[in-house]
Design a protein around this ligand. Structure first.
Ligand code: FAD
Length: 457
């Protein structure tokens, strides 16, 4: 009998298994593929490794402007892919080693619920192992979804899973969906010279983020030649030979590949939720977010399969910590979903935390906002990246509710605002701290000062 049986070895599952060592709990970790999940194998890590190659290419291309003259660079796709593979393997092997050191027992196979405290592992050779545990954590994650007529064939019409393994650089791509994943691919592919058409039915890049940040990204995409088709739905694609034609409005575009990035669906269909009486909502599992326990006592869910929480690796980590803490101690370590940093790893990066102005208003707050652009920020001028902005959302006369940073290093800078929003600071409390000069973060200090009604520059 184990203390915890975990189904799924992605960020939610492996974080559960790793964190359990703090309490001396024994863990069985069941994975049907490879340990690492979407994040390490088909998501965050490989995508950001390629994006980094694109960023280096961009830096070298503009080096002459900084007085560094080299021969004209070209982008070597196979080398970037090979580097991405090495980064992934290094992290996956490191994780496997860490799990071993922590005494986690891993089982290869498909896990399904067999009743309270019981999990069946079905192996590829047709055999099965029955596991008993005091608690079960379901962390089976998600997989790319598509739209009618755009079934993935892995060649012409692909998901992010396929695109991260393309062995040659496509000369043109249509990306359907300008959410986070679609925009990250658009940014990278355009940066390395692929012709990109980006389609989005809503009228903004990354719907839901602050429009000011979307404008920064639109300008950068336009400069890099991304053809943005916003507020436009796509018609049925026609595959002919090595190309695909995508109709939209009265027009059409013919490209090498279509990458569909319209969201992800939870992988809970085949795990026998009925065995413990869990009723999923469109495949997502409802939980008590204070503990991550489902409606079935002793059965927890974490990560992308949880109903109503963001599908992010760091959210999965935090939910795993909450679940393990409850299993081990009965105490709660609930996730503060109001202070989760969101990062879009485009060039420039966009990051936000807490509520946008629209979200705060729809939650009933009377809000006031301030913005500070990066055009006059010394470090931004030095780096040649002046297109960004910082926007602060605060309750009128009250606490900080949210903030967005668009610009170089936004994904790192957002964390100072994470603390400010998480600790429910007043703009005046946050603005009292001094930012180093010259840094891009000074734009945050300026926007906070403006929220107090007294600006500096
Ligand atoms: P997953 O990572 O999907 O892991 C689930 C695991 O369970 C898989 O290994 C699967 O094989 C296994 N499994 C499923 N069913 C069973 C079963 N029945 N039995 C045994 N094993 C099973 N998030 C970020 O925070 N930052 C990013 O920059 C970021 N970039 C992304 C880029 C892309 C292209 C994509 C697709 C996603 C990105 N994400 C990012 C999202 C992130 O990858 C997910 O939120 C995260 O992986 C979710 O973790 P999880 O453990 O819930 O699920």
């Amino acid at each position: 009998m184990y203390d915890i049986a975990v189904i799924g070895g992605g960020p939610g599952g492996y974080a559960t298994a790793l964190y359990a060592h703090n309490f001396g709990l024994s863990v069985a970790l069941i994975e049907k593929d490879r340990i690492g999940g979407t994040c390490l194998l088909r998501g965050c890590i490989p995508a950001k490794a390629l994006i980094e190659s694109g960023a280096v290419f961009s830096t070298v291309k503009s080096a002459a402007e900084f007085g560094v003259v080299s021969s004209e660079p070209h982008f070597e796709w196979p080398t970037a892919m090979a580097r991405k593979g090495k980064v992934v393997e290094g992290l996956v092997n490191g994780l496997a080693g860490l799990l071993k050191t922590r005494g986690v027992e891993t089982f290869d196979g498909f896990g399904s619920l067999a009743g309270n405290g019981r999990v069946t592992v079905s192996h590829d050779d047709g055999s099965a192992t029955e596991i008993e545990a005091r608690a079960i954590v379901v962390a089976t994650g998600s997989t790319p979804s598509s739209i009618p007529g755009y079934d993935f064939d892995g060649v012409a019409i692909v998901s992010s899973d396929h695109a991260l393994d393309w062995d040659a650089q496509p000369s043109s791509v249509a990306i359907v969906g300008a959410g986070v994943i679609g925009c990250e691919f658009a940014s990278f592919l355009a940066e390395v010279g692929t012709e990109v058409h980006l389609f989005e039915v809503q009228d903004q890049l990354v719907p839901g983020m602050e429009p000011e940040a979307a404008k920064v990204l639109s300008r950068a995409f336009r400069r890099r030649g991304v053809k943005m088709h916003l507020g436009v739905g796509v018609g049925q694609p026609k595959v002919a030979g090595d190309s695909v034609t995508v109709p939209f409005g009265d027009d059409e575009v013919t490209v090498d590949k279509v990458l569909v990035a319209v969201g992800r669906r939870p992988m809970t269909d085949a795990i026998n939720l009925d065995a413990v009486g869990i009723a999923a909502e469109r495949g997502y599992i409802p939980v008590d977010t204070a503990t991550m326990m489902t409606s079935a006592p002793g059965v927890y869910a974490v990560g992308d399969i949880v109903a109503g929480t963001p599908q992010l690796a760091h959210v999965a980590f935090a939910e795993a910590i909450a679940a393990v803490t409850h299993i081990a101690t009965g105490e709660t370590a609930s996730v503060d979903y109001n202070a989760i940093p969101m990062v879009v790893y485009t060039h420039p990066e966009i990051a936000w935390v807490g509520r946008t102005e629209a979200a705060a208003t729809s939650d009933g707050y009377a809000v006031e906002t301030t913005e500070h652009g990066m055009r006059g920020v010394g470090r931004a001028i030095i780096q040649g990246e002046t297109g960004g902005t910082v926007k602060i959302v605060a309750e009128q006369g009250g606490q900080l509710l949210g903030a967005t940073v668009a610009g170089p290093g936004a994904g790192e800078m957002i964390h100072e605002l994470m603390y400010a929003v998480g600790f429910e600071a007043l703009p005046s409390e946050a603005a009292a701290f001094v930012h180093a000069h010259p840094t891009i973060s000074e734009a945050i200090g300026e926007a906070l000062m403006a929220s107090t009604g007294r600006s500096l520059h």
